[in-house]
Design a protein around this ligand. Sequence first.
Ligand SMILES: [Zn+2]
Length: 455
Amino acid sequence: MMPLSRKILAVSIAAATVWTASTAAAAPLPGTPPTTVTASESARTATVPAAPSTRRADHVVLLALDGFDVEYLDLVRDGDGSPGAAEMPNLRALLREGSVTTSSGVMTSITNPSWSSVATGAWPETHRNTAYWFDAASNTARGQQRDLAVPTIAQSVREQGGTVFSAQWFILQNYGVTFGDPDGLYTQPGGDCARRTDDVVSVLRGEPVSSNGELVRTTGIPDLITVYCDTLDAIGHAGGDADPRIPGALEDIDRQIGRIVAATKEAGVHEDTAFVVTGDHGMTTFDKGFAAEGLAAIEAAGFTPQVLTSGQTPAAGTDVAVVGGVADVRIIGERAGDRAAVRRLERALTALPQVRNVFDKADQRRLRMSPNYGDLVVEPEPGWSFGPTPATPAGRHGATTELRVPLVLAGAGVRPGAHPRGPRHVDVAPTISALLGYAPPSGSEGRVLREALSR
Ligand SMILES: [Zn+2]
C-alpha cells in the first residue's frame, strides 16, 4: 500500500499538473479582478489588530524560492528511486499536514515585482514595483529596484505588535526588517540555501545571528520567519528548465525544509507553526533571440528604435525605447502620446512570428500591471527572447508563460488536504496574516485562502 504521505503528494501534484495542463492552452492571464474581500478582511477598513482568538498559528515560516516553476513538482517522485527524480521526504511530510497547489503570479513575471506582490498582497498596479522599463521622467532605462508604494507583511506584522525575521528575503529589507533590529531582523549572510537556513535554525534555538557583521538575538521566536533561496533561479537561467542539476537542487531544498522543521520541534513550537513554501515565477527555456527582427519591424513601421539597458539614456533621434527580454516599448520624444503611432507600432510587432502577445495600456490595466510600463509590452513566444540568441539554451521568465509556481501550505492552522481555490501571489500575505491573527497589509488586494485553513 502506498504510504499516506506519498498518496497525498501524488494527488496534490496531480491536481497542480492537471490545472497547469488544462489552462496552459488558454494562456491564463492574471488580470481577473481580485475576489471581493469582506469588510473584516479588507486592509483598508481593518486597521485594528485582530483579536487573539483568531490566531491559528503562533509562527509562520515562509520559504521563498526564486524561480520555483510548478512543473518542477513533476520531478518529485514517490520514493521509488526513478532516475533523474528528486526525493523530497521532508516536503512530503509537510504535505501530510497541508497541501500543494498551483499559485499564479503577476505580470511581468520578474523577480522583484513578483516578490513585491507576495510580500504586500497587492498587484503591481498598486505596489508599483516595476522591472526593466523606460522611465520617461528621468529619460533613463531602469532594471530592478525595490521601490514599494504599499507596506509589506513585515511592516504590517510589526505595526500590530508582532516580530519578523528575514534570512535574506531581500524584498523585506528596510520594509519591516533591518540590520540590527531584534524585533524585525534582517540577515544577509550570502552563501547558499543551507547557509541562510543556518540563521533560521539559530533564531529558533534562541542563538544570535550575524546581521551585517553584528551578532543580534531576536526577541523570542519571531511570529514570521522568512528565508530566501535562489539556487533554482540561478540553475534555471544557466541551463533552462530542464537543467539536470534541478533535481539535486530540489533535494538540497528538501534538506533545508527538514532542518527547519526539526528546529521547530527542538524549540517546542512545531505544533504552533505553519509552513508556507512558494516561488516568485516559473522558468522556461529559450535558445533564440529576435532583437534584429524586432528592431527591423519597428524601423519598417517608420520609427527609430533603440534597445536600452539599465541606466542608459536614448541617443538623439531615438523615438522608440525598448527595454528588456519581455520588452517594454515606449514612443518617446515629439511622438510620445501619438495614438495612431502606437497602433502602427503594435501592428508591426504583433505581425512578428516570434511574438506571443503585445499588451497595450488597456491590456496592461486588465493584467493589473504597473502603470510605469510604456505604450506596449511585448512578450515573446516560448523559446524566444527580444534580445540576442544565447550561445547555449538558457532560462527566461517575465512572460505569462512563467506565471505558475507551487504553493505549499502546511502545519498549524492549515486544514490537511484542503486545497486553496485558484491561489495567487496576492493571496499569500493576507493568508499568512490570517494564520497569525493579524489584519492583512494595508495595501493588500488578495484574499485569505480560508478554504485551506482550519476554523
Ligand atoms: Zn530569474
